[in-house]
Design a protein around this ligand. Sequence first.
Ligand code: UD1
Ligand code: UDP
Length: 386
Amino acid sequence: MPKIKLLNIVGARPQIIKSSAISRAIRLNFSDQIAELTLHTGQHYDKEMSDVFFDELEIHKPDFNLGVGSAHHGRQTASMITGIEEVLINEKPDGILLYGDTNSTLAGAIAAAKLHFPVIHIEAGLRSFNKSMPEELNRIMSDHSSTLLFAPTHAAFKNLINEGFRPENSPPYTIDNPKIYYTGDIMYDNSLFFAELAERKKGDILESMSLERNKFVLATIHRDINTDDTGRLEAILSTLKCLAEEYQIPFVMPFHPRTMNSLKSGLSSLLNDLRNSDYIKITPPVSYLAMTLLEKTCSMIITDSGGVQKESHFFKKPSIVLRKETEWIELVANGTVRLVDANPELIRNAFAGYIQSGQSLEYPAFYGDGRTSEFILKEILMLFEK
Ligand code: UD1
Ligand code: UDP
């Protein structure tokens, strides 16, 4: 059988990381059956938001980079659609692989579905039930343009059924007769694969940042609701600073450029206070291996990131999530994610609660067996079997 040609579409940091799990599985197990091309929309472009992952995760450089950069949603998504369409027409892949819920995901889904290329959505079915999030719109529209939908959790699989997807559909699968799967999570494949390597390659970070294992908190913030609303950002960061000083425990904060921009433009005196605090360590975004090491060795995670809250579970760390809702509802039910919005009192209570109960929490295997990428690729190959 001739090789099938898949076009990976990535653009934002977490998508580059996710696509590395699929690329690795192709390289190790399916290189005689699958040829892979990668298109980078250029949604993320700073070295530490993009190139660092290609270098570190041993994925080949993108075959196409649209270089769209930052803009309002409409302009950014439109530029991506235009560029993706051109590549699709020239390359004629057998299918396109989309990850997650960013504008790059949506642009790939629209461009491919309208040209009748099968869309394969990895991380399908997740819902926050909050359509004011751009990601929620991206998820729904991408799922409803897809032919194969890989849901990482039982909850995500159920959401698809509730939206009319039928698990009993039989081949041949098409956009009008899509196939849904419960798979597990490819991010778990990555965390298992890279945990050891992170220790070997990045273990010296702890010393260089004067951190002791299990004696620091890791915090990330990047969601638009938190970064673009000065009141929320101030409430969150002032509370974290107070907690760090009160409990005398270092907080490491690798800030997304969006967060740093908001601090510089609207909260410069708070930024100064944070920089002058003995217990706050602000850094630029760190590499994936460095992040893995920090997640593995911290005592607790505070975040509004989808990926980081799940990685907290992989590394058995309790997590405080700075949102009203989450797509990863099994973590809330499990008691290892607490949703606190941007509410100082809720943040404080969750923090104190975890300090007391941290050791007695359990972290069941919600996200598969670490071989989800292989499962996905086997199913994709079946789609193209003549
Ligand atoms: C995007 C995704 C979000 C995902 C996140 C992962 C959408 C709508 N949002 O959010 O779902 O969780 O990526 O990190 O797709 N910027 C830089 N350098 C960069 C990239 C961004 O300075 O390399 C700054 C720019 O000021 C830009 C802002 O960050 O305007 C936001 O970037 P954008 O890609 O629009 O959204 P994210 O917040 O990164
Ligand atoms: N990440 C990283 N460096 C950082 C912050 C995050 O490598 O400084 C990784 C993190 O380990 C996870 C992914 O980026 O794999 C999550 O991306 P992000 O939080 O930007 O987006 P989300 O998951 O919320 O879409």
